[in-house]
Design a protein around this ligand. Structure first.
Ligand SMILES: [Mg+2]
Length: 128
């Protein structure tokens, strides 16, 4: 599994990376804003899913989501928002724009791993 983590906080990226590795995702790419994230998607056309922060400079996670969903080659890559924005309105906006899931910050490692395992299950089911 090749996973792209997009977050402007290097410590959050590190925490997510460690949890991904713990559940068996060995290839983790990191970007610190949506623009870098899009570049990495273009350079690596085999990304299995993306975990994306909402609030970031240059290009935020919602803009990243919209760009990805508008792109013919990348519109079906699963995108999970990971954000402190926890209102139903924000979550609804992201889901309406095509997000496949939503993880609210802050999270414990246990909760994150549980959610990540669910996401992996869903991706495997969708592939079969
Ligand atoms: Mg942020």
């Amino acid at each position: 599994m090749k996973v792209l983590v997009v977050d402007d906080s290097s410590s959050i990226r590190q925490i997510i990376r460690n949890n991904l590795i713990e559940i068996g995702c060995d290839l983790v790419l990191e970007a610190k804003n949506g623009l870098e994230g899009i570049s990495l998607v273009f350079e690596n056309n085999d990304i299995d899913f993306c975990l994306v922060d909402w609030n970031m400079p240059k290009m935020d996670g919602f803009q990243f989501l919209e760009k990805m969903r508008a792109h013919d080659d990348y519109k079906s890559i699963p995108i999970i928002m990971v954000s402190t924005e926890s209102t139903l309105q924000r979550v609804g906006l992201a889901i309406d724009a095509g997000a496949n899931g939503y993880i609210v910050k802050p999270f414990t490692n246990e909760v994150l791993q549980e959610r990540l395992r669910d996401i992996l299950e869903d991706i495997k089911l969708a592939e079969n």
